[in-house]
Design a protein around this ligand. Sequence first.
Ligand code: SHN
Ligand code: NAI
Length: 215
Amino acid sequence: MDSRYFAAFLDIAGRLCTVIGGGQVAERKIKTLLACGARIRIVSPGLTPELGRLAAEGAIEHIARPYEPGDTEGAFLTIAATDSREVNRLVVEEVNKEGRLVNSVHGAAEANLIFPAVVDRGPLQVAISTSGTGPVVAKAIREDLEEYFGEEFEVYLHKLSSVREHLKQTIDEEKMRAEVLLAIVQSRVRELLRSGNEAEADRIIRSIIEGQGNS
Ligand SMILES: C[C@@]1(CC(=O)O)c2cc3[nH]c(cc4nc(cc5[nH]c(cc(n2)[C@H]1CCC(=O)O)[C@@](C)(CC(=O)O)[C@@H]5CCC(=O)O)C(CC(=O)O)=C4CCC(=O)O)c(CCC(=O)O)c3CC(=O)O
Ligand SMILES: NC(=O)C1=CN([C@@H]2O[C@H](COP(=O)(O)OP(=O)(O)OC[C@H]3O[C@@H](n4cnc5c(N)ncnc54)[C@H](O)[C@@H]3O)[C@@H](O)[C@H]2O)C=CC1
């Protein structure tokens, strides 16, 4: 086994994420965290214009000075994102002492969490990591997979989720529910949604639920 990483998905909604450094890389990571509902605190003398705007709007908290020991206190997740390897190392060391989550823009070696490249289709999240060996490869794979996992996956999964809820109410036997769901997955529903034919997709879903095959 080559990887020492455990792949998981974190619920960070409402949780404090402290970012040390406010440059381009911090900005990219903060946008991802904000989209997941995190509370952001940045400790950094400088900010990118976009981060400055977010701070001025009150969407993120900004402490305008260099990192000081203790800054990571209370954070669920800390990101060491300065352009100084030494400062990032100190940040990682502080968080590691307490066994909390920490990411460093200077590599996977010391930190305990890495940011993957992500295909984001609503409930479908496809995360790609090369365990830090080649972030550009992760990015290229993400771009390839975005072709396969088109935007239709968002509505597709929402539909499957409603069907699943409906089946839980109407069919007691788990095996039977799984068969219906599998029949939908193996039908042309996704293809139809991809080509914008939602009415026909819905018709097929209904006919499968009613046990009339998967034409
Ligand atoms: C370990 C990790 C830690 C972490 O940041 O979490 C890390 C580390 C480093 N990245 C570096 C460089 C670049 N990183 C990117 C891009 C991304 N990097 C991301 C993640 C990760 N980068 C984690 C491992 C991910 C994995 O396991 O594969 C992505 C996937 C997600 C994200 O950042 O949100 C995002 C693509 C998002 C997308 O588009 O989908 C680009 C390309 C670009 O920017 O276009 C370059 C320039 C090319 C190059 O140098 O390779 C350097 C050298 C810095 C230097 O030399 O100074 C280090 C430090 C080192 O390796 O020592
Ligand atoms: N992990 C990744 O995906 C990538 C990592 N990198 C690495 O990330 C580092 C940062 O890159 P950028 O964001 O482009 O740099 P940048 O120069 O845009 O930003 C650096 C930020 O750190 C802040 N800073 C500096 N000293 C600080 C201190 N003592 N305390 C708090 N904040 C401090 C600055 O005010 C600035 O906001 C680079 O050194 C680069 O090697 C670069 C590309 C991708």
